[in-house]
Design a protein around this ligand. Structure first.
Ligand SMILES: [Ca+2]
Length: 258
């Protein structure tokens, strides 16, 4: 029995790691593992990890970019500048293509992942804020409490949910990230991230990042928390904000069992 217990002890974390993508994170708290540099000129609108690489979308007219960033140094490894009349927003990768939302231009830009070569765009109705992939569908926020899911093949909306904390709709959902099956969202002008059930819209909990807002930016109405990326290989979450000089590597923690 002792030997079996030992095997289970060794196997269990591996099993949990392997199943991680299908299990809710249950994260109710976090620990900052590392504080890394981030380009203070980046008006961050989308952030994601893919195959060990960090990708970012930045906004503002005349300054919007799609970029690959060195996680350790914050250096821009390569970037594509958007035309001056496009305002970059949420970013997602699906089937070796990058998809970048635009704010009020009602188009989604498409790029080749390997080369950053623009491959065209497709229309989307309404404002574009955050973008992620959940269960092989795009999920997009538009500044309201509504999250719309799109079929990547047809680009048509297939369903929507309303994010609610109890009965109260959670408005101004912004940057999105799928973390272990949950949908995490920045709330604009809020230092917290809400964890949402992607099937129902129900808030599963909140993570308070107010302690991470850099000094000097606490009173800013623009340089707010916005940017969540998740690396499933390490189970680390990355958090930054618009024009923040830092990016935080986060380890999710749960409170000890009572
Ligand atoms: Ca994200």
């Amino acid at each position: 029995m002792q030997k079996l217990a030992l095997h289970l002890l060794i196997a269990l974390p591996l099993l949990l790691a392997a199943c991680g993508a299908r299990h809710p994170s249950g994260a109710t708290n976090y620990r900052v593992v590392r504080t890394l540099p981030h380009d203070p000129d980046a008006f961050t609108q989308g952030l994601l990890f893919h195959d060990g690489k960090l990708y970012e979308s930045t906004g503002l007219y005349g300054q919007s970019t799609l970029r690959e960033v060195n996680l350790e140094t914050g250096e821009i490894l390569r970037q594509h500048k958007l035309p001056r009349d496009l305002f970059g927003e949420g970013l997602a990768i699906y089937s070796n293509r990058l998809y970048q939302l635009t704010w009020r231009e009602e188009i989604v830009m498409v790029y080749d992942l390997e080369t950053f070569r623009p491959l065209g765009n497709f229309p989307i109705e309404g404002e574009g804020w955050g973008l992620a992939i959940w269960s092989n569908q795009f999920v997009a926020s538009d500044g309201t409490a509504t999250l719309r899911f799109y079929d990547p093949a047809t680009k048509q909306s297939v369903r929507s949910i309303t994010a609610r904390d109890g009965d109260k709709p959670i408005v101004e959902l912004n940057e999105l990230e799928v973390v272990e099956g949950e949908l995490w969202a920045n709330v604009w002008h809020d230092d917290r991230v809400v964890r949402i059930d992607p099937l129902t819209g129900k808030a599963l909990g909140w993570l308070d990042f107010s302690d991470l807002v850099p000094d000097g930016l606490r009173d800013s109405t623009e340089a707010v928390l916005n940017g969540i990326a998740y690396n499933p290989e390490t189970r680390r979450v990355y958090i930054t904000g618009k024009n923040w000089p830092v990016l935080y590597e986060i380890e999710m923690t749960t409170p000890p069992a009572p």
